[in-house]
Design a binder for this molecule. Structure first.
Ligand code: PLP
Length: 472
């Protein structure tokens, strides 16, 4: 794009945005089972959008200049703390930022002789690896049980050493939707004098409502002895517009370790509660309004329908020939695998039928599978979803596994990606049927099969190059 010589009308711009979004997945309606969270109640999203817009130009950089930010944030964080065992919180832009702050607080309060380390189950979100990467912390990977996919407390214990500043557990972990044994892990961490972070980015604003609706949810929040911090995303099951999460600390002194202030320059005084400095109060307004528009009753009702949909889905998938649900998830996330059909082909087949089912690569002994996030809107379409999964599974069985060009995986495994130019990378992608400049709904089975065949560090190198090429 080049900057237009003259300004254009709002109508023209909106028409252009509609055109740009032509190939996007739909954000409402329940046919996209990852990335988006739909209540199925347009009036709630409308209230959030209007509040977001109202707060759009308010800058949270200086809370003394915009006291509305402090008042709104205290209300939102207060509601989260009330539901999740108390504590002192910060409103952040998302799960990754909440986790970044929890890791920073732990790093800055730990006293280690060597580099600080943290014990992280292999099913924990990559945000911990990102935080470790940014903050100079070393990750000690903790294996999970191969049947339940829950982190083993004994393995956590074994991973704690002299320099461990944080132990991590998830409620639930994203890949299979299961809750790690939080009480046991937090007790082990406490006995060793190490803080314990519960990643409840998915479950924080979901599990309490599921429990109230009748699900068997073990204790997982700040009321569990030994849990020192917790992340809870509001832009997931809080149903807020994106850019909304809360990180809670059991102790105000630990929260202060997450903050940052600088007086080391001749400009305005910098006090930051988050990684971002200047930022819009729009997401805070959106989260606040979503809470107000749904209320306790609304969230409980969404919890009921979500629980019913998740149960129907799990039972329905178990009846489809060749498919099996992985683990026994207590949450609304469902993963299924297969020894008979290629799940990546199944995902492509579902996409052809208008449904996005998220493929997950194999890792740490866990097979490749398909992930579905069940939300408030899922129940009304759950039978249709099951029909599509069954049809897509049959179609995938008929097509057989994705066929990779001979030698391709070996070639990519040995490529020196640092010296390869973008054009050659694009040609390589084209050879497996991926048009990096293209749009629409690409067939991804071959790409996923190639990635799946590579070790994690090669996958990462290929993905970074992919990102660099699509933004060229
Ligand atoms: C368990 C868990 N933690 C953290 C995150 C990161 O959240 P975000 O994408 O908001 O940064 C996710 C995202 O899916 C998640 O599932």
């Amino acid at each position: 794009m080049s900057l237009p010589d003259k300004g254009r009308s709002t109508e023209e711009l909106l028409a252009e945005i509609t055109r740009l979004r032509r190939d996007d997945l739909p954000v409402r309606g329940g046919k996209v089972t990852a990335y988006v969270y739909d209540t199925g109640r347009p009036e709630v999203h409308e209230a959030a959008a209007r509040a977001y817009f109202e707060m759009l130009e308010v800058n949270t950089l200086d809370p003394t200049a915009f006291p509305s930010v402090v008042e709104m944030e205290k209300q939102v964080v207060g509601a989260v703390a009330e539901l999740l065992g108390g504590g002192w919180g910060i409103f952040t832009s998302g799960g990754t930022e909440s986790i970044m702050l929890a890791v920073k607080a732990a790093r800055d309060s730990g006293k280690t002789a060597g580099r600080p380390r943290m014990a992280v189950p292999v099913t924990a979100h990559p945000a911990f690896h990102k935080a470790a990467h940014y903050l100079g912390v070393v990750v000690d990977a903790v294996p999970v049980d191969p049947v339940t996919f829950r982190a083993s407390p004994a393995a956590v214990e074994a991973a704690i050493g002299e320099d461990t500043v944080l132990v991590v557990a998830s409620a639930p972990s994203y890949p299979q939707g299961v809750i790690d044994p939080i009480s046991e892990i937090a007790a082990i961490a406490a006995a060793r004098g190490v803080p314990c972070h519960v990643d409840a980015c998915v479950g924080g604003w979901l599990l309490p409502w599921l429990r109230e609706a009748g699900a068997n949810v073990p204790p997982f929040d700040l009321s569990v002895p030994g849990v020192t911090s917790l992340s809870c995303d509001l832009h997931k099951f809080g149903y807020s517009p994106k850019g909304a999460s809360v990180v809670l600390f059991a102790d105000p002194a630990l929260r202060r370790r997450a903050y940052f202030a600088s007086a080391s320059w001749p400009g305005y005084t910098v006090i930051n509660a988050t990684v971002q400095s200047s930022k819009s109060a729009g997401p805070l307004g959106g989260a606040w309004a979503t809470f107000q528009a749904l209320g306790r009753e609304g969230y409980l009702e969404l919890g009921r329908t979500t629980l019913a949909a998740a149960r129907t889905l799990r039972e329905g998938i178990a009846k489809i020939p060749g498919l099996r649900v992985l683990g026994d998830p207590e949450s609304a996330l469902v993963a299924f695998g297969s020894d008979e059909v290629d799940v990546f082909v199944l995902s492509d087949e579902a996409r052809k039928r208008g449904w996005f089912l998220q493929p997950q690569l194999s890792y740490a002994g866990i097979p490749a599978n398909i992930h579905i996030t069940v939300t408030g809107v899922t129940l009304r379409g759950v039978e249709a979803m099951l029909e599509v999964i069954a049809e897509a599974a049959e179609a995938a069985r008929g097509r057989g596994p994705a066929r990779l060009p001979e030698g391709l995986v070996e070639l990519i495994a040995e490529l020196d990606l640092d010296t390869l130019d973008d054009e050659t990378f694009g040609e390589l992608a084209a050879s497996v049927g991926v048009d990096l400049g293209g749009s629409g709904q690409p067939e991804m089975a071959v790409v996923n099969a190639v990635l799946d065949a590579l070790p994690a560090d090669r996958r990462e190198a290929v993905l970074i190059r992919f990102l660099s090429v699509i933004y060229s």
